[in-house]
Design a protein around this ligand. Structure first.
Ligand SMILES: [Zn+2]
Ligand SMILES: [Zn+2]
Length: 160
C-alpha cells in the first residue's frame, strides 16, 4: 500500500537512511523504558532486517543502553545531533533493526501493527478499538502476517 523505499534521517541531516521494503512488524511500545527513552508516552519501532536499511549518508554511533529485558540494547544515534535512528536489541541481534518511525520523512506511512506493554500505558492515551493490543508481550505466530514470519525464519537461518 505504501510506496517503498521510505527514507528518513536525524534532525541535523548528517544521517540519512532508506528502508527498501515494508518492515516485518511495527510495535507501539508503552513500557516505562520506552517512555523514559523517548521522554514521551510510547516508542514506535519498525522491525526490519538490517540489510533492508541502507545508509545513504553518515555513520550512526552505537550507544550501549540498558533495556527492560536486562540484556541491553544498542541505540544507534547521529554522532552530531544525537537523535536515535534505530536500536539493536541483544535478544534479536545485529540482523534485526528497530527503526524509530518518527525519524522517517513520512512517519504517517507506518502506523503500529500492535500496541505492547499497555499495562503501563499512560492513562490519557486512547487506543483504537480495532488495533491489536497486549498488556505485555505476545506470541509472534498469533499476530504477524505469514510473509513476515517467513522473512524472520530466513533471517535466523542465515545467522546460524
Ligand atoms: Zn544528526
Ligand atoms: Zn518498550
Amino acid at each position: 500500500m505504501n510506496a517503498y523505499p521510505l527514507e528518513g534521517g536525524c534532525t541535523c541531516g548528517a544521517i540519512r537512511y532508506r528502508l527498501t521494503s515494508k518492515p516485518l512488524f511495527v510495535h507501539c511500545c508503552h513500557c516505562r523504558w520506552c517512555q523514559r527513552e523517548t521522554g514521551a508516552s510510547f516508542a514506535l519501532n519498525a522491525m526490519i532486517e538490517a540489510d533492508r536499511v541502507v545508509l545513504l549518508l553518515g555513520q550512526p554511533e552505537a550507544v550501549d543502553t540498558p533495556s527492560y529485558s536486562g540484556k541491553g540494547q544498542k541505540i544507534l544515534r547521529c554522532p552530531h545531533c544525537r537523535v536515535a535512528v534505530w536500536s539493536n536489541y541483544a535478544g534479536a541481534g545485529e540482523a534485526l533493526r528497530f527503526v524509530r518511525v518518527g525519524t522517517l520523512d513520512n512517519p504517517d506511512a507506518l502506523p503500529p501493527d500492535i500496541h505492547i506493554f499497555t499495562a503501563s500505558r499512560q492513562p490519557w492515551v486512547v487506543l483504537p478499538a480495532d488495533m491489536p493490543a497486549v498488556p505485555e508481550y505476545y506470541q509472534r505466530s498469533l499476530y504477524w502476517p505469514a510473509d513476515s514470519l517467513q522473512r524472520l525464519a530466513a533471517l535466523k537461518a542465515i545467522k546460524q
